[in-house]
Design a protein around this ligand. Structure first.
Ligand code: ADP
Ligand code: MG
Length: 410
């Protein structure tokens, strides 16, 4: 697939811009701060409904504007779809497909699929587990858009269960100190029994959605493992092999503390998580929720579930996080993205490849290797500060980006 047209209204620095794009390689070149990343960020947003740079949507809307609109014409074989997103910070986004409203924005996920490489990817290796969970879940949703719904259900249950735990936690503290706040809705006021039975209802929901997400992640990691190892070996042939494992809060003794260094705790697969005990992941998750219940009420947070898990990256026997060199970290990050690209491509249709300012960060060998791998893709969009940062293998169309205007020069 490829993006044939991009249209932005009040997105980031752009009041309005219209860009015709073609298959093959297109480079956006210009000095820093001119709006190159803003363009590709918009395309990535249409694919994933999130930015690779910021967690919240507010910065995506042009200063002083109320909402942003991103529109992409996506060409897949001989079919064209016009996907439009209206970004409303603090309120629900709206989406249109071929100029007709759809009921939920997530209904247009999957029409455009992208794989985006950016300097921010280093946080996949060096950052918190949340970065790696996001990598897994975004890929999951790209491959199987239905998982956008599973994630949304899980997040909703998590939020509601969290509110209940906080109430229970406050009530317990209040009861203990012999005081009770005015309008207390917790243990004593509502009755501890009521809180516990409501909690059980939420446990069931959490376990159902959580198990579905967990199983999908585990299966995804099994598919990624050989692809990541292969891509890593070709980018860093002299390094120890890249490994992937899943660390789950479902395993006893793992209560989702995020500050532990990886590798110190056991990792899991679906087998050890459930089946050898003859239990489903859902049953196991419910069981774990009971095990940690008192700690959860104490702390007022849900301690087990996929929102506390991690994708553990290793190099040989060592965890990558905290041990990998800068070059190894870059190779690992690229290998994760390349593996994602392979999987999406195998599902049918080349995703659009976006390389935001990555070549300047790489040494000659990694640069060349990456250029060779991405060159055959149906569409590659590159941003670079100077022409020299675009490898010769990737010569193609070119836009100059300066002071908010985007001009085709080749
Ligand atoms: N919401 C916004 N409203 C107005 N300008 C913005 C907004 N967000 C970012 N910018 C501006 O966009 C520019 C950065 O654009 P970017 O695409 O990241 O540059 P680069 O060409 O280096 O990739 C900065 O000048 C920044 O001030
Ligand atoms: Mg940039």
């Amino acid at each position: 697939m490829h993006v044939a047209h991009l249209s932005l209204t009040d997105f980031r620095s752009y009041a309005s811009v219209e860009l015709g794009l073609e298959p093959g390689v297109t480079a956006f070149v210009g000095p820093n701060g001119q709006g190159k990343t803003n363009l590709v960020e918009a395309i990535g947003y249409v694919a994933t409904h999130s930015s690779h740079r910021v967690a919240a949507d507010a910065p995506l809307v042009r200063q002083g504007a109320a909402r942003a609109i991103v529109r992409c014409a996506v060409q897949r074989d001989d079919r064209r779809a016009l996907v439009e997103l209206e970004i409303n910070p603090g309120r629900a986004n709206r989406a249109r497909l071929n100029r007709s409203a759809v009921s939920r924005p997530r209904d247009v996920i999957g029409l455009l699929r992208t794989v985006l490489f950016a300097p921010e990817d280093l946080s996949l290796i060096k950052g918190d587990p949340a970065e790696r969970r996001r990598f897994l879940d975004e890929l999951l949703v790209s491959r199987t858009p239905r998982f956008a719904g599973v994630r949304a259900d899980y997040d909703r249950v998590l939020k509601q269960r969290g509110a209940l735990l906080r109430t229970a936690s406050q009530a317990r503290r209040g009861t203990r100190s012999g005081r009770r706040a005015e309008g207390d809705t917790g243990f004593a006021a509502a009755g501890a029994g009521d809180v516990l039975s409501t909690l059980e209802v939420w446990d069931a929901h959490l376990a159902r959605h959580g198990a579905e997400l967990l199983r999908a992640r585990l299966e995804l990691i099994d598919e990624l493992r050989p692809l990541v190892a292969g891509a890593y070996a070709s980018l860093a042939p002299t390094s120890a092999p890249a490994t992937l494992a899943y660390r789950s809060t479902l395993s006893t003794g793992q209560d989702g503390a995020e500050d532990e260094s990886p590798g110190e705790r056991g990792s899991s697969d679906a087998q050890t998580l459930s089946t050898d005990l003859g239990k489903t992941l859902e049953e196991r998750l419910r069981e774990r929720l009971l095990e940690v219940r008192s700690a959860e009420i104490e702390r007022g947070v849900t301690l087990v579930g996929p929102h506390r898990d991690d994708l553990v990256l290793g190099l040989g026997e060592l965890p990558a996080r905290g041990y990998a060199s800068h070059g190894e970290s870059w190779s690992f990050a690229l290998a994760l993205r390349l593996a994602a690209y392979d999987l999406l491509r195998a599902d049918g249709g080349d995703p659009v490849l976006i390389l935001d300012d990555v070549f300047a960060e790489l040494d000659t060998q990694r640069r060349r290797r990456l250029a060779e791998i991405v060159a055959p893709a149906e569409q590659v969009l590159i941003t670079a500060a100077v022409d020299d940062d675009v490898p010769a293998e990737l010569a193609g169309a070119r836009f100059d980006v300066a002071e908010g205007s985007v001009t085709r020069v080749r």
